[in-house]
Design a protein around this ligand. Structure first.
Ligand code: 5AD
Length: 372
């Protein structure tokens, strides 16, 4: 079956998904992109939603083999922003019309950290209430694996979305890039707990991991579907020199273009399979190509997370090499992004949490079920 016939189907088989992910004829790739863009416009509309990204601490108890801020990397200068710094970044986002903020950090489980985050969420919610945002800015967390009790505290404090990437849904690949203390089952359990509590849940994978196949990536998409997630954040895996995976630097350099194109196809195929979820066009895409994030939007993404971490600590939050936007002020970044999005013929949403359509549809459906 050719790509055109596959794209005409309502439901893709695993084999169809693999075929789409390995497409390398430019004509086929453009057909996939166009269809994904249509699906996006039809299911979610043309608006691009901003979430101001605040990377508030690089302290981390994990030792993931790929990550630049892993516990064992002694070259990293560790930092933690103060409550005031985080709140002022969040207030800036709200004033800019960014309806939501994402608080991201390395993983910690100690009581002081959990208390701190809980307080910060509460204060952001009250500090950002305005006529335009009567319930304050939307708060998304991206702070790793926590207990269900802790997730519940964060939800009660006012956070309503949570990002926790599965990194790879293949048990073999997952264990090849993590120390034995981390497991795919535990990660999946966290995603289920977050859903049960009521969070809009986002997950995702890294693309281009050594040993990763198109079959693995197809299974990742089917995993997202099975987990019924609301949001997807994926990006290319990019080697960081101070990690054990630096042995793959040559592998990465040789496969760079392929990794970039596969990342775009992953966005498109996720859009075609999952339809009404939010999909982020991530910064890592732009680390590979200057227009990487715009391309992500053209392949079906609808979320951008502009950097709003204070400039003085950005260099200490390098999960991978060549991370862009280390020096530009949040204001400059915003201006650049607005122009780039406009040039795509898309518009940016202002003062809107930008919840996943998938989540609201699911809630409506659940309520209808209860009424019956
Ligand atoms: N390359 C690309 N992405 C990375 N992440 C961590 N390290 C890297 C890397 N070297 C991603 C992981 C994590 C997210 C916060 O950043 O997917 O979940």
């Amino acid at each position: 079956m050719n790509i055109k016939s596959i794209l005409q189907k309502d439901n893709f088989t695993r084999d169809d998904i693999i075929r789409l992910l390995i497409a390398d004829d430019p004509v086929d790739i453009e057909l996939i992109r166009e269809k994904a863009e249509q699906a996006l416009l039809y299911k979610c509309g043309s608006k691009v939603f901003y979430r101001g990204l605040v990377e508030f601490s690089n302290n981390c108890v994990c030792d993931c083999h790929y990550c630049g801020i892993r516990k064992s990397n002694s070259a990293v200068k560790r930092f933690m922003l103060s409550k005031e710094e985080i709140i002022s970044a969040a207030r800036w986002c709200a004033e800019q019309g960014y309806g939501s903020v994402v608080l991201q950090s390395g993983e910690r489980h100690d009581a002081a950290f959990v208390d701190f985050v809980e307080e910060v969420i509460k204060e952001i919610k009250s500090a950002t209430v305005s006529q335009k945002l009567p319930k304050g800015a939307g708060v998304t967390l991206s702070i790793g694996e926590q207990s269900p009790q802790v997730y519940e505290r964060f939800f009660k404090a006012g956070a309503h979305r949570y990002l926790l990437r599965v990194e790879s849904s293949s048990p073999q690949l997952f264990s090849s890039i993590h120390p034995p203390s981390q497991s795919l089952e535990k990660r999946t359990g966290c995603l289920s707990a977050l859903k049960r509590i009521g969070f809009q849940v986002g997950t995702g994978v890294m693309i281009g991991l050594p040993g990763q196949t198109a079959e693995n990536l197809a299974d990742d998409i089917l995993f997202f579907k099975k987990m019924d997630v609301d949001m997807i954040g994926m990006g290319p895996y990019i080697v960081h020199r101070d990690t054990p995976m630096n042995v793959y630097t040559d592998y990465f350099n040789i496969n760079r273009d392929k990794i970039y194109h596969t990342s775009l196809l992953m966005i498109a195929v996720c859009r075609l399979v999952l339809k009404d979820v939010n999909i982020a066009s991530t910064t890592a895409l732009q680390a590979l190509r200057d227009d990487g994030r715009e391309m992500g939007l053209r392949y079906g993404a609808n979320i951008i997370m502009p950097q709003t971490t204070p400039v003085n600590v950005r260099r200490d939050y390098l999960l991978y090499e060549n991370k862009p936007f280390l020096d530009e002020s949040s204001e400059e970044l915003r201006k650049q992004l607005d122009l780039r999005i406009l040039s795509l013929g898309r518009e940016t949403a202002l003062d809107d949490w930008g919840d996943s359509k998938h989540f609201s549809t699911e809630i409506k459906w659940q309520n209808a079920e209860i009424k019956d």
